[in-house]
Design a protein around this ligand. Structure first.
Ligand code: GLO
Ligand code: MG
Length: 350
């Protein structure tokens, strides 16, 4: 259905945190630690060329480092990535680990905690600049509340917008991609959907530089369809990146393998991306997947390569769907026929 004749060549990315040691809130590590700095060599062999980074993945311990030390470490990382043939996709300020962000960062009630958040964000932008990366991601993990009365929500939304404007002013070209999530760790987050993120983008001082990153599971946790969320962002030319994964119902954020819980839902996400030319300007297919705690090995990488393979199989399914037939069913408003056609197509029967 893509009007262009050359098929998109998709590029894939993930973050080092996607190779985990298996700990969960109920128990410790179940796998040996694989050294962080050795992870970069695994990307290319697994079929990935984009690296997503938290600021402290890029420069560990940055809170205690001077600007010059941060700059030195960032430029070392830049050569490591270049030597491995990798592109840094984004840097995200990890604003949810510090004791100074227990009650949120940009929306904290504490003035000094908000000052810390701003300082950390500047460092994150500086790191992005030093490694030739033009985007930061805001996963607004603790910007929300456990009980509604804890914060003035109107003031919190004002503070979020002010912080975004400060970032846009601090760097004249950096893009900000907001990754919405409705809950976890907060009970209710302030930017739960892509609609909220895009409203902030339009209200900001540089709407073109504020976009979204949509994670499949996060949309599902908000009770929404991930492919429609993606279509909404694409309709506004505001899909900076995606975190494809899967989710089995409304529970904790599972980060399951792409397509593993709802194959048809995954097909529709790929269809929307493919039909709208996502990836043609170099956007990455990011995978935010976690392997099962039970999996043996060090490091475990199959969840990444399997999710990538599933994406590519689904691209084939999208490309082999007959657009004329789909149009006929739409014109005749025969959605029963359309549905069985899609199901058979996915199953490879009939
Ligand atoms: C957690 C998020 C998290 C972010 C990452 C990048 O639910 O999905 O993994 O994607 O920290 O900001
Ligand atoms: Mg994510």
């Amino acid at each position: 259905m893509n009007p262009s004749t050359t098929p998109t060549e998709y590029r894939f990315s993930f973050g080092p945190w996607n190779m985990s040691e298996g700990a969960d809130p109920f128990g410790p590590d179940t796998r040996a630690v694989f050294p962080h700095e050795k992870k970069y060599a695994l990307y290319r062999p697994l079929g990935f060329e984009g690296v997503q980074l938290h600021d402290d993945d890029a420069v560990p311990g940055l809170d205690d480092l001077t600007a010059a030390q941060i700059e030195r470490q960032a430029s070392q990382l830049k050569s490591v990535l270049a030597n491995e043939g990798l592109t840094p996709e984004f840097v995200a300020p990890r604003l949810w680990f510090s004791e100074r962000t227990i009650d949120g960062a940009y929306t904290s009630n504490s003035q000094s905690d908000r000052a810390y958040a701003w300082d950390r964000t500047k460092k994150c932008i500086d790191i992005a600049r030093s490694i030739d990366c033009n985007a930061i991601v805001l996963w607004l993990s603790r910007e929300g509340t456990y009980i509604r009365e804890a914060k003035d929500a109107k003031v919190a939304y004002d503070r979020l917008l002010e912080s975004i404007n400060q970032m846009l002013d601090y760097d004249p070209t950096i893009e900000i991609w907001i990754e919405p999530k409705p809950n976890e760790p907060a009970d209710q987050a302030y930017v739960p959907t892509i609609g909220h993120a895009i409203a902030l983008a339009y209200a900001s001082n540089a709407p073109k530089r504020v976009k979204g990153l949509i994670e499949s599971a996060h949309a599902m946790l908000a009770g929404l369809d991930a492919s429609d969320e993606m279509a909404f962002a694409l309709a506004h030319d505001k899909l900076g990146s995606v975190h494809l994964n899967d989710q089995n119902g409304l529970k904790f954020d599972e980060d399951k393998n792409f397509g593993s819980a709802n194959l048809r839902g995954a097909f529709n996400q790929v269809r929307v991306l493919e039909e709208n030319g996502y990836g043609r300007r170099g956007e990455f297919i990011g995978l935010d997947v976690k392997t099962m705690r039970t999996q043996r090995g060090c490091p475990v990488t199959e969840h990444l390569s399997n999710s990538r393979t599933m994406f590519l199989h689904l691209v084939d399914k999208v490309r082999s769907l007959d657009p004329k037939l789909v149009q006929q069913f739409r014109d005749a408003r025969d959605y029963e026929a359309l549905e069985i056609h899609i199901l058979k197509h996915l199953l490879g029967v009939g």
